[in-house]
Design a protein around this ligand. Structure first.
Ligand code: CA
Ligand code: CA
Length: 312
């Protein structure tokens, strides 16, 4: 069988506890048509955790262009970075796993957990995620809420494949840590976005509505995030996108959600962590590959998300 089935943990547990039937219908996680499997003799499960690491692209060691002044720098190691921003579905599953294992708790409108501390922020219980309570759907991004002792996505499941937002830097760190990953440094992030080009955007020096999700970009999700990887050359109704990966194949490096990085902002007396790439709520100047903003690590907004990295 060529299909790679990703089976949810609940189903896995049901199967583990009962004799295998001769025929089983499996609904895939992405809502595709169900498979019917007959005459099963063995089953290999993909763990939920494996699903959370998603697709990756490799960024090879070598020179790259950095900053507004197009300085040539070098990273002397290969690394991988997620092809897409972490999605609502991925973060929701992380929260479920972390709640079950005691890594997080819910307190009022926040999900919290232990942070071990770093050079600037001391160890302690920190806010990871700002829960939604009344996301009406007027803003189109999806927000995780906690209802009847479970995490659910509001206003409905139509935003599962959009980038998770309302995640703090601590929450981005926590996700990465849970899966033995890390956040990219801003140097790594910029190398993934520019490579050896001196472009202002991952594909060139100009930007139009079909290239990325920014304020006024005219996409069908105005006032919200687009699904990850949306700008891949597909026409969605009358909205034609251009295929806009970065030089190593990662999508949405310009726009959609701002992306938390591991890097401190503020030199020897840091005031926050760096975010890169601009977002749906910002104009095109913020989407430039070298543009930096920062915020304190406990802030989460409808336009802050992240992706993970790992050293190869
Ligand atoms: Ca837009
Ligand atoms: Ca982005």
């Amino acid at each position: 069988m060529n299909h790679h089935l990703v089976v949810c943990c609940v189903l896995a547990c049901v199967w583990c506890q009962s004799a295998l039937p001769q025929t089983m219908t499996v609904h895939t996680k992405n809502g595709q048509q169900p498979f019917v499997i007959s005459e099963i003799d063995s089953i290999t499960f993909s763990s939920g955790s494996a699903n959370q690491v998603g697709e990756w692209v490799t960024v090879p060691a070598g020179e790259y262009t950095y900053g507004e002044g197009d300085t040539v720098r070098t990273l002397d190691y290969d690394f991988s970075i997620m092809k897409y921003e972490v999605t609502n579905a991925q973060y929701l599953q992380y929260l479920q796993e972390a709640l079950a294992s005691g890594e997080v708790t819910v307190s009022g409108s926040t999900v919290r957990g232990q942070y071990p501390g770093d050079a600037k922020w001391i160890a302690g219980i920190r806010d990871f995620y700002i829960l939604g309570s009344n996301n009406s759907g007027l803003n189109k991004f999806g927000q995780i809420n906690y209802v009847d002792n479970k995490f659910v996505l509001t206003p409905d499941n139509s935003y599962t494949n959009h980038p998770v937002v309302y995640v703090t830097w601590f929450g981005a760190w926590a996700y990465a840590n849970h899966y033995n990953l890390r956040l990219p440094t801003e140097e790594e992030w910029e190398k993934a976005a520019r490579g050896t080009t001196a472009y202002d955007y991952p594909w060139g020096n100009s930007i139009t509505q079909g290239d990325a999700n920014y304020s006024g970009s005219g996409d069908p999700y105005t006032d919200g995030t687009t699904p990850v990887g949306y700008y891949n050359g597909t026409a969605y109704g009358t909205f034609q996108t251009n295929n806009r990966p970065g030089p190593y194949g990662a999508y949405d490096l310009a726009g959609n959600a701002w992306e938390w990085t591991d890097s401190f902002f503020g030199g020897t007396s840091p005031t926050g962590r760096v975010l890169r790439g601009g977002s749906w709520y910002y104009g095109t100047t913020y989407l430039r590959t070298w543009y930096r903003i920062s915020n304190g690590p406990a802030y989460g907004f409808s336009f802050y998300g992240f992706r993970c990295a790992r050293t190869n």
